[in-house]
Ligand binder design. Structure first.
Ligand code: CU
Length: 257
């Protein structure tokens, strides 16, 4: 419906695009109507046709009815379309049984990715353990941490299953953005912001679909977060279930670290 958007690759993307389309059509109607009226008034009430001002002005009420109609249309857009969409995205989180649960910790200027590993438990993290070779501050002595998988700027997820990301930040506010998934969520220090989506097209299928063999889904930071903001760029790898399992098995071997 909306021209110029990136390709859509998540289950909820058509809903977001529909609401975006409604909003833009509404804005276009308002823009054309106001400019049409403005042009009409410029011509209709030009000085040569009205050498003396009318101090009584307009007495009819139709302008009030127009404004009420605009308020009604915008209220309908908000209550009937935007709020249900918001609710579905924010309130109805998938359970951790059905979803692939991943932590993403933003920092200036990278995305740290943390998988719980086969045991499904995230290992303990401690700010005092944060080092250049341990950006998450993961405590490897914690039994739940032994099989955890970490990555930097590479987020790998399985296709056609919910992905639930627990998003936070180590330093300033960043904004986690996956354009093709229609996901955007601020990453705030000290706050766990859950965000979820169901990817529907693997990276390799999207390459075929677009005819671009080197296409990648990008993770962008949409919040100006410092001098290196422009290079805060990661990649989202959407894999088949089998490929994802192989990736996790490969990465969670102790020798892989
Ligand atoms: Cu950032």
């Amino acid at each position: 419906m909306m021209p110029g958007l990136p390709p859509a690759a998540s289950a909820h993307a058509p809903d977001i695009d529909f609401v975006l389309g409604l909003e833009h059509v509404g804005m276009l109607v308002l823009f054309l109507a106001f400019f049409g009226y403005f042009a009409y008034v410029l011509a209709r009430f030009r000085q040569s046709a009205h050498p003396t001002a009318s101090y009584a002005g307009m007495t009819s009420r139709w302008s009030m009815y127009v404004v009420l109609a605009i308020i009604l249309a915008e209220g309908t857009l908000l209550v009937a379309f935007e709020m249900p969409e918001w609710r579905a995205r924010i309130n109805d989180l998938p359970s951790s049984q059905e979803a692939t649960v991943i932590r993403v910790v933003a920092e200036q200027y990278a995305w740290n990715v943390h998988y719980p590993g086969p045991d499904g438990l995230f290992g303990r993290t401690d700010i005092n353990l944060v080092a250049s070779d341990n950006p998450l501050g993961l405590d490897r002595r914690d039994p739940s941490a032994a099989d955890d998988v970490t990555a930097v700027n590479q987020l790998t997820v399985p296709v056609n299953r919910p992905v639930l990301i627990h998003l936070t930040s180590k330093d300033v506010i960043h904004s986690f953005t996956l354009y093709e998934m229609r996901v955007k969520q601020d990453a705030i220090p000290g706050t766990d912001s859950p965000v979820w989506f169901i990817p529907t097209v693997t990276t390799s299928d999207m390459r075929i679909r677009l005819g671009k063999p080197d296409f990648e889904y990008e993770i962008a930071c949409s919040q100006l977060c410092g001098l290196g903001h422009y290079r805060m760029r990661g990649f989202l790898n959407v894999k088949t279930d089998a490929e994802f399992r192989a990736f996790l098995a490969q990465e969670s071997r102790p020798t892989a670290r």
